[in-house]
Design a protein around this ligand. Structure first.
Ligand code: 3PY
Ligand code: MG
Length: 253
């Protein structure tokens, strides 16, 4: 599948994030050059029906589709894989128990309890028969756990070590709220930076994916230099605003 093949290349992936369920827009961002597109059901405005139509459109651009589910909605994780998403990001994985429940939905036995029925995924990956998809799906579709609270910071190495967890994704805004004891929300909080660099190293040592959400070009560069393999470079909302600002600031006197 596209994502596991792309990850054989050590260059970091700079990905886009889709919040608006506008027909054609996630694929448009993929065509703009990003290495993958995340369709966001946690804070984005996507619904179940808008999300499920995205995998064929994004895959048609040659880029992998990734889904972020709402907190605890592991039913949507396996449904997303059945629809052809190649990875699922689960927010607020705060304990090994949370991670195990996520893995159960994402992986076929013996690792998990994913139920059989990858109807659209099979059609989107014609190289697979039912048998070969069943054999390879656990390795080719990625379960990515978000680390974004102090509870998660305390146990993140145990979550990372769990069979079936393929990578960690840092949510720096939520993490900053928890890190500061609820005093601030600041995705660039200086106190967190050593921890973020440590996560990138631990993931590399474990042979698993390190990923992070970045909110500016500066924070993308910082994450890249820390060694993160997958970095959210922008989202649809920010793309429109930065495009508008760069035009309007030049033409308005
Ligand atoms: C966070 O920064 O908390 C996120 O979840 C990014 O999407
Ligand atoms: Mg978050």
């Amino acid at each position: 599948m596209l994502l596991t093949r792309r990850l054989e290349n050590p260059d970091p992936m700079f990905i886009a994030w889709s919040s608006y369920p506008a027909a054609g827009m996630p694929a448009r961002m993929a065509r703009a050059g990003f290495d993958a597109v995340v369709v966001d059901m946690q804070h984005g405005m996507h619904s179940e029906s808008s999300v499920l139509r995205e995998p064929p459109e994004i895959l048609a651009t040659g880029k992998p589709p990734i889904l972020r589910i709402p907190v605890g909605r592991n039913d949507l994780a396996s449904r997303g894989l059945d629809a052809g998403f190649e990875a699922v990001i689960a927010p607020m994985i705060n304990s090994v128990e949370d991670a195990k429940a996520f893995v159960a939905a994402m992986k076929y036995p013996p690792i998990g309890e994913r139920s059989w029925g990858p109807a659209q995924a099979l059609k989107l990956n014609p190289e697979h028969t039912m048998g070969s998809y069943f054999k390879s799906a656990n390795g080719e579709t990625l379960a990515i756990a978000m680390i974004e609270t102090m509870r998660a910071v305390e146990v993140y190495e145990d979550i990372l070590a769990l069979d079936g967890i393929d990578g960690l994704f840092i949510g720096p805004s939520d993490l900053s709220i928890s890190w500061s004891g609820g005093k601030t929300v600041n995705a660039d909080l200086p106190d967190m930076q050593d921890f973020l660099a440590e996560v990138a190293v631990k993931c590399a040592e474990a042979g698993k994916l390190s990923a992070i959400y970045a909110t500016s070009v500066e924070s993308v560069v910082r994450a890249r230099d820390m060694g993160f393999r997958m970095i959210t470079a922008t989202n649809d909302d920010l793309l429109i605003q930065t495009g508008a600002d760069s035009i309007l600031n030049r033409v308005r006197v």
